[in-house]
Write a protein that binds this ligand. Sequence first.
Ligand code: GDP
Length: 453
Amino acid sequence: MFNSLSDRLQDTFGKLRGKGRLTEDDINTAMREIRMALLEADVNYRVVKKFVAECKEKCMTAEVLESLSPAQNVVRIVLDQLTELLGTTESKLVLAQNRTPNVIMLVGLQGSGKTTAAAKLAYLLKRQGHSPVLAACDVHRPAAADQLETLGNEIGVKVYRGDGKDAVKVARESIQSAVDGLNDIVIVDTAGRLQIDEQMMQEAVDIKNAVKPDQVLMVVDAMTGQDIVNVVSEFANRVDFDGVIMSKLDGDARGGGALSVREVTGKPIKFVSMGEKPDSLEVFHPDRMAKRILGMGDVVSIIEEAQRVTDQKDIDDAERMLREGFTMDDMLTQMQQIRKMGGLKKILASLPGGERALQQAGGAVSDEQITRIEAMIHSMTKQERAKPKTINGQRRKRIAKGSGRSVQEVNQLLKQWSEMDKMMGKMRQLTNGGGNSRKARRQMTNMMRNMGM
Ligand code: GDP
């Protein structure tokens, strides 16, 4: 997603940075390049025109042109404009305080990812302490209710199916079912068609009138490009909705739809879906997305994700590792943490320049690496995991055979372990104040200062 756009914008900025001072011609050239990059990403032409005009106006000031680092100022201006285009601030899901259950209704075309999004949203709300119910009101697609039920079982959320025939009735009854079950939110999945049609729109309007949702969210497939603008406008006119869930952002969509939708319809993107798994729905942060597009990474999200998957046991583990050393079991736990945070690729992509590095690495970075490491560790005995230093040549051969990997790979894993163990040793010295304790304390203070503590 956004890869090609991101590359082109970074190339443009690279050229500007190489120049030192900037002339008006340089800005004109850069703006032309930005315009082309956005058009090729399938951003709506009206949006592009306005975006470039505003960037240009802000860049063509003496303040920018005569500043000490003009290129940096241009990047900052484009970043701010891009953030504004995407929505400036995070757009929260507004739930009514004085109504139980709250009702959230999802609308959209068939295949846009509505049913999956309903389950993902339920899972996200469940993680926040809510008790949602899913209402299977897509009574036209035969497998939709079964699909929702399967997803509901997977995430431990109740699915109300009713008679599976009358969507309005199912929606109405699902609310009573939530009241009876003490559930505080109902998420209504509705029917979609391949294209907009009158009957579908009318049914959505009827459901809306019947259950009076607190929030109507439109699920939009990011792959649709700027065509999305027509579909979204049509829904806005007929059903009206409060915000967008942009699905399939993990795919290779050029980004046009995501960048156009807010400007054209005035509706904010509230959530983005980055995969098929239940935990792949995220609150949309325009500023973070803009930074990602400009290759600046999204470190804040990855820190939040790390905090989400960290619990008291992990803190205890970290303390034990400092005291007793780093074992292969600890390495296994780390691999599981990486998985919980969405995988290696996702973490790397969140670092500044990470997306580009991933592209350059081709398919070299993949979560299969984690699977391989896990397989090798699983082929070790309990003692070997606790004391990897005892793994000699013969044992290495056995582990390689057992895990279906090569001896070189086992060697590499042991080398990785040894480096991490050494690092733990250094940290242990620092925290114990071992050796030169004043120096150690100073190092520790510096380390903490660097970490912003
Ligand atoms: P609906 O017809 O709108 O209910 O669409 P579905 O929820 O059945 O989704 C259509 C297809 O898109 C399914 O195969 C989903 O697994 C897939 N899908 C949905 N959201 C995402 C996403 O964010 N990323 C990816 N890669 N696939 C998705």
